[in-house]
Design a protein around this ligand. Sequence first.
Ligand code: CU
Length: 153
Amino acid sequence: MKTFKYLLLFLINLTLIQTSTLKAKIVFHGGYVFETFKGQKVSAAYVSLFNQLEQDVVIKKIETDICDRAEIHETFMENDIMKMRKVSSIKVKKKSELYFQPGGTHIMLMGLNKELIPGSSFKIYFEFDNDQTAEVEIKVLDKKLRENLLDSK
Ligand SMILES: [Cu+2]
């Protein structure tokens, strides 16, 4: 009986492993945002996106409960000043990555409806043109970490 139980467990695990490797997908890693001060209405979120699919995908929509509007922004230099602008859609080529990061492409959170407290987290919903969706966890980090990041540059 005991052997049978183990065999069953083994089979279940095997099935789980097989379906997860067979099903290539869009994977997110390390989503974060820095804490906000009281009354702050705008912030930016960062995350790494891995498109494991054999097809290019376009991010069609981004939504979150913590603000009125989430937009994809890219940064560019103009007369030595760093500026940013909204990108209406963004393509992630097959088998490639997209890094939302400080100083680069980022997720702009506009009209924050609450203070972002370190240690808490929230979700951002992504929708792609292949109708795949993803719910991505964004962790709120202590702003001291940002200072450390900037110092090291
Ligand atoms: Cu921005």
